[in-house]
Design a binder for this molecule. Structure first.
Ligand code: 5RP
Length: 213
């Protein structure tokens, strides 16, 4: 089992705000995600800005792409992203088209999807999924459950690199102990911390404690 990575979700409303988050914690995290909110607000300029600041880091464009996979992927790649997300209800053709352009894609698991679909993604060389607690479900009171952990284990057993996200807090990390998690994706609890760099370091220390003990 390898130690999980830490991904910052830049769901900032503006490029300036994302830049300020990055100034604090950009060097502390492993993967930089240009969040869906920032993509929708600022488009390709957000990706270009993050790439101009971090030449060598993995940049994920969280497009949650549902169609036009090839064009969206090419736009993200031209702007400087390495990876992008596609939504789980996209057709396999959309996913393959995006994957053919990017270094890698992540399938965002929201709502209804099946393990048969997951097997089809895997058979088409799509090896990353993001197990998601939606912001809105969390706001409505939903919590990480045994059912979620069992599904994550099944995805790992199928061979996927599974990242997890959705309102993650320091205390949430230990819930995943024993699971071969690829990356923890955190947004608000890092960005909105008084000291985002300190919060990111604390997250990484917690990951080390939980996954290397
Ligand atoms: C929302 C997302 C977020 O980027 C992800 O859930 C992390 O954000 P937070 O930690 O603030 O919930 O994909 O669509």
């Amino acid at each position: 089992m390898t130690k999980p990575l830490l991904q910052i979700a830049l769901d900032n409303q503006t490029i300036d705000s994302a830049t300020s988050t990055l100034k604090s914690l950009g060097n502390e995290v492993d993967i930089l995600e240009v969040g869906t909110i920032l993509c929708l607000q600022e488009g390709r300029h957000a990706i270009e800005t993050v790439r101009s600041l971090y030449k060598d880091k993995i940049i994920l464009a969280d497009t949650k792409c549902a169609d036009a996979g090839k064009i969206v992927a090419q736009n993200c790649k031209d702007a400087g992203a390495n990876w992008m997300t596609v939504i789980c209800c996209a057709t396999i053709e959309t996913m393959i088209a995006a994957k053919n352009v990017m270094d890698d894609i992540q399938v965002e698991l929201y709502g209804d999807w099946t393990f048969e679909q997951a097997q089809q993604w895997f058979d088409n060389d799509i090896k990353q999924v993001v197990y998601h607690q939606s912001r809105d479900a969390l706001l409505a009171g939903k919590k990480w459950s045994e059912e979620d952990l069992n599904k994550i284990q099944r995805l790992i057993d199928l061979g996927f690199k599974v990242s997890v996200t959705g309102g993650l807090e320091l205390d949430t990390v230990k819930l995943f102990q024993g699971l071969d998690i690829y990356a923890f994706i955190a947004g608000r609890n890092l960005r909105e911390a008084e000291d985002p760099a300190y919060a990111a370091r604390a997250f990484k220390e917690e990951i080390t404690k939980v996954f290397e003990s």
